[in-house]
Design a protein around this ligand. Structure first.
Ligand SMILES: *Cc1c(COP(=O)(O)O)cnc(C)c1O
Length: 378
């Protein structure tokens, strides 16, 4: 008789040192929590309009500029509400009339839906591809924002960021949802105007904040729409956010502990070599995970094209003879958490966070733990 999933004990020497593989919120390093403790008398519980918190916001903005090697003239803008709120912010303050969207999963479809629902915008253009792949955007008349998703977290597909051929920032901005990619994948600012994200994925902090690196062309657009007579709620006004960010402030009160953890993660990334270091860790984890899946006859990387297989979110299909849910239950009983597939995708699949904070050796240990569980289940 095979074991029931929650009775399986994985030998300690196979287990990862840290069992957190969630795709967001994701593993927070202990040093980031220590940074909160270190801030307990000086930052926590102090005014966000006074120098200590303003300096923290300033440090986060300048460290992000360093990490991404942003050219002169770019600004890091931030506000409350996470990436989902940034979609609404963008409908009010970034899209002039019509956007075009690469839609290839749950997250990339959401910004398209927000634009479609906005009464002051024209009908967005949708370029769709099957889940497990990504589409390519092409220049289209009348489009003023091209919307890309650096990493589709629901399916584990990553894409290279490129301005659609024949377009330029003078007329059409490239806006990238980089929520799960920022800090774990490399990109070239020359191909992008707005690179936005939230800090609970590669930056290993908490949710609730949005950050957007904005090119000079994007700032011009924000100023123009922000001084037009288009109605916009103040809390979603990108021009107000830009003005506040330039003064190292937010329009309303931010979560200070979230900023402290984000700042600590940026220090760790920069001290170890910056984006190449951070992206390198994720790439190493990904090579381990996909290599392992290809070597097992009961596991297959969901994304067929190796170049589109995400380095930060790995999706592995299991053979029908093995219930992925049972595997997740057994892993959870042994302290390995949140390996479940994205529910709406509805596949017999494991989904593994491989953000920079996650040790590549722990991804290796995870594969050995899964091997053990599968052997026990069959
Ligand atoms: C997690 C995620 C979001 C949603 O982020 P929130 O901060 O929860 O709004 C949006 N887009 C992508 C690609 C994501 O991975």
């Amino acid at each position: 008789m095979s074991a029931t999933p929650d009775q399986i004990t994985i030998p300690t020497d196979l287990l990862p040192a840290d069992g957190r593989f969630c795709c967001g919120p994701s593993k927070v390093r202990h040093e980031q929590v220590d940074a909160i403790v270190a801030a307990r008398d000086t930052l926590l519980g102090t005014s966000h309009r006074k120098p200590p918190v303003k300096n923290l916001v300033g440090a986060v903005r300048s460290k992000l500029s360093d990490l991404f090697s942003l050219p002169d003239g770019w600004e890091v803008v931030l506000g409350n509400g996470g990436s989902t709120v940034f979609w609404d912010v963008a409908t009010f303050g970034l899209v002039d009339d019509r956007s075009q969207h690469a839609v290839f999963g749950e997250f990339s479809s959401k910004f398209a839906e927000a634009c479609a629902a906005a009464p002051h915008l024209g009908e967005p253009s949708i370029v769709k591809s099957d889940v497990g792949t990504h589409p390519t955007l092409e220049a289209e008349d009348g489009i003023d924002v091209y919307a890309l998703t650096h990493n589709e977290t629901s399916t584990g597909v990553m894409m290279d960021l490129k301005r659609p051929a024949g377009t330029s920032a003078d007329t059409a901005l490239v806006a990238v949802d980089a929520t799960s990619a920022a800090g774990g994948l490399t990109w070239n600012p020359g191909e992008v105007d707005v690179y936005y994200f939230a800090p609970q994925k590669c930056f290993a902090s908490d949710g609730g904040l949005w950050l957007a690196a904005c090119s000079p062309a994007a700032q011009d657009r924000i100023e123009r729409i922000g001084t037009s007579d288009r109605w916009r709620p103040a809390s979603l006004d990108l021009r107000i956010a830009l003005d506040n960010s330039r003064q190292n402030q937010t329009y309303n009160t931010p979560a200070v502990a979230t900023l402290v953890m984000l700042d600590a993660q940026l220090d760790w990334m920069l001290a170890n070599g910056g984006l190449d270091f951070a992206a390198g860790r994720s790439a190493e984890s990904a090579a381990t995970l996909y290599g392992w899946a290809e070597s097992r006859d009961w596991a297959t990387p969901f994304v067929a094209d190796p170049a589109q297989r995400s380095h930060v979110v790995g999706t592995i299909d299991l053979d029908d003879s093995i219930d992925a849910n049972d595997v997740c239950v057994a892993l959870r009983a042994n302290g390995i958490l949140d390996t479940d597939a994205y529910r709406k995708l509805g596949r017999n699949q494991l989904r593994i966070g491989m953000f920079p904070a996650i040790d590549p050796s722990d991804v290796d240990a995870l594969t050995k733990s899964i091997d053990h569980v599968v052997a026990q289940l069959s």
